[in-house]
Ligand binder design. Structure first.
Ligand code: AMP
Length: 621
């Protein structure tokens, strides 16, 4: 590289951090001297509660102080917002109604302030983790939260993959199958990862994005409420503050039960009835707690069995078990895993930090800070993706709504797959492409991602016109769909992102101004704003003006370049294992892809990525 290039690179240096945006806790990390390290907050705390408070002065407070205010000010605090991300549901807080990604942006903005304090102010790139089982909407909303917080979101990666990366960096020479069991506050994921001399390949993933420690807390809340109903005929869950109090006590009891056999719950004042204070004093034993959560734990074990089956592995093939997420501290969880897999999980992994550290490793691979490490990671699509088609029902009637899979679940990403479909009616001139993800044979049981209409099909007999549908699933888990009428060559391409949310640009601008208003109000109410706060406001302005434009369209050159780079790494790792003919073929693919990366022709790059993906799929089998 020339000196000029070096200088340019220096000038454009932007630190990339890795962020675990958790349901209960969040953390941010970066690569320091070849190793991932957490960026602590000003009080030296390494992880912060993912709780937001807007206090009586309108100040936005995130973290421990916000968490402490949950019981006293339940209408001014929001916890576990990750459970709502991706939905259009407004979350009430301090008399306002914010979208889940706006609340998440407040948490990310807090993390960004730690990063700014560490690296100095300015633009920062981030790799943000999501549960492997997050849908397209949940991923998009997470990305948007990052952008609203002022980050350039470089990549969205799956949490179990991140945890495996953190482990992989420290165990580069080891070849084995690793099982990552990630049970956090709100989500559950389990993945099988194959490690081979630094190549870390996620084989299969399974999980439930709505199952976690929060559910366990609410089970205890229900158990407590039942006792109060029996004693006083009053349901304390109807009172917002009482509910927050019980939830807090429930979580504390749950955590106590990870170390002790019984937990005392003593709350002299839970709620008031006819001026009479009503409280509760009771004991919860570990076995009672286990009975309350057993159905959840059984579900996680079913997922574990499925993930092994999908990977074609037996319990004995697993060489290492990584436990991630605070809820894996529950002894019964460890016991079930130990019983099933017949070995002890590793104990040197910090369940709450592993994901942020792994996100930093991914960031380091991107920034070049870890490019000499020899670590390479590939991931899979956690769901099958396909379209709705008509099908012949028991060879008699034709029924709509059958699910035709184009990308099967657990396919290595990035991936491009095409399939051909035919018109079903005489003189049909348009075709509706309905996009779904899921595993059921009928689309109504799957998750709908979007729909678009391909028009301009020549009027012809039924079955005479062929429509080729191509799915391209990129490294961020974002899907692009193309439908092309083969006889005319006319094609339409949409990203699911655009198809789903045509108003996304306006929605983003509206979110940015809501946050700006929140911070303006916060700043006005602060007695002596210091210079840092002025800078914060500036950044929000920057987000509004800058990202609005950027968000208008996906930055395809960047996305395609990172896809191409990932494919090149995959290809280069495969070369030495191939027979001479295959090696020559793959080398040619590598050369053309490298040339396309250097060039300016984005369509050509896209074409070569497709070809390279197909070649790799054939050769990797
Ligand atoms: P995470 O999302 O990884 O931060 O995990 C948070 C979840 O772990 C919350 O539901 C916590 O209540 C739960 N948790 C943390 N520590 C423990 C513990 N010692 N025993 C049981 N659950 C815990």
């Amino acid at each position: 590289m020339s000196n000029k290039q070096d200088a340019n690179r220096q000038a454009s240096f932007r630190p990339i951090v890795g962020i675990d945006l958790g349901t209960t806790n969040s953390a941010v990390a970066y690569i320091h001297k070849g190793k991932p390290e957490i960026v602590p907050n000003p009080s030296s705390k390494r992880i912060i509660p993912s709780v937001v408070l807007i206090d009586l002065q309108g100040q936005v407070i995130v973290g421990e102080d916000a968490r402490a205010a949950c019981v006293a000010m339940p209408d001014r605090t929001v916890a576990a917002v990750k459970r709502h991300i991706g939905s259009a549901e407004r979350i009430p807080i301090a008399g306002q109604a914010l979208l889940p990604q706006e609340i998440s942006a407040l948490i990310l903005k807090e993390l960004k302030s730690y990063v700014d304090a560490h690296f100095g102010p300015g633009e920062k790139e981030a790799v943000i983790t999501v549960p492997a089982y997050f849908t397209d909407e949940q991923r998009r909303a997470t990305k948007q939260a990052g952008e609203l917080a002022g980050f350039m979101v470089e990549r969205i990666i799956n949490e179990p993959t991140a945890a495996a990366l953190a482990f992989g960096l420290a165990h580069l020479e080891e070849d084995r199958h690793v099982l990552v069991y990630d049970l956090g506050g709100g989500t559950f994921d389990v993945s099988v990862v194959e490690m081979m001399s630094g190549l870390l390949e996620v084989k299969t993933s399974n999980g439930n994005s709505q199952l976690g420690g929060e559910d366990f807390d609410w089970k205890i809340v229900d158990w407590l409420a039942d006792q109060m109903i029996a004693e006083y005929d009053v349901d304390p869950r109807q009172d917002l503050r009482a509910k927050a109090l019980l939830k807090d006590a429930a979580e504390k009891a749950k955590i106590t039960l990870s170390a002790e056999e019984t937990a005392l719950i003593s709350l002299p004042l839970v709620t008031v009835q006819d001026d009479r204070p009503l409280g509760i004093e009771t004991e919860l034993t570990r076995s009672q707690f286990v009975a309350l959560i057993e159905p959840f734990l059984s579900e996680t074990m079913t997922c574990l069995r499925n993930v092994l089956q999908d990977a074609g592995l037996q319990a004995g093939d697993i060489g290492e078990i990584l436990l991630v997420g605070g809820s894996t501290r529950i002894p019964r969880v460890r016991e079930l895993i130990r019983q099933y897999l017949g070995r002890e999980p590793r104990t040197d992994i910090h369940p709450e930090e592993a994901v942020a550290l792994g996100a930093a490793v991914q960031a380091g691979l991107k920034s070049g800070a870890l490019s000499d490490s020899g670590l390479v990671a590939t991931d899979v699509a956690p769901f099958s993706m396909g379209i709705a088609v008509l099908t012949h029902w028991k060879n008699r009637s034709v029924r709509p709504g059958s699910f035709h899979i184009i990308i099967p679940r657990n396919t290595t990403i990035p991936v491009t797959r095409s399939d051909s479909f035919y018109t079903t009616a005489d003189y049909q001139t348009s075709a509706s492409i309905e996009i779904y993800q899921g595993e059921h044979e009928w689309v109504k049981h799957n998750h709908r991602l979007g729909e678009f209409l391909l028009e301009g099909i020549p009027a012809n007999e039924a079955g005479a016109e062929e429509i080729e549908v191509t799915y391209r699933y990129n490294l961020n888990g974002i899907l692009e769909v193309t439908a092309q009428c083969v006889s005319t060559g006319k094609a339409m391409t949409v990203t699911v992102q655009d198809a789903l949310n045509r108003e996304s640009q306006e929605a983003f601008a509206a979110s940015a101004s809501r946050l700006e208003a929140l911070f303006n109000q916060s700043a006005e109410n602060e007695s002596e704003p210091d210079s840092d706060d002025a800078e914060d406001e500036w950044e929000i302005d920057g987000v509004l003006a800058g990202t609005e434009e950027e968000d208008a369209e996906t930055d395809w050159p960047t996305v395609l370049h990172s896809e191409a780079a990932a494919l090149l790494t995959r290809a280069q790792n495969l070369l030495s294992d191939l027979a001479p003919n295959d090696r020559t073929l793959l080398q040619k693919t590598i050369d053309s892809l490298q040339a396309a990366i250097q060039g300016e022709d984005i369509d050509r790059l896209r074409e070569l990525i497709d070809q390279a993906t197909d070649t790799l799929i054939d050769l990797e089998v």
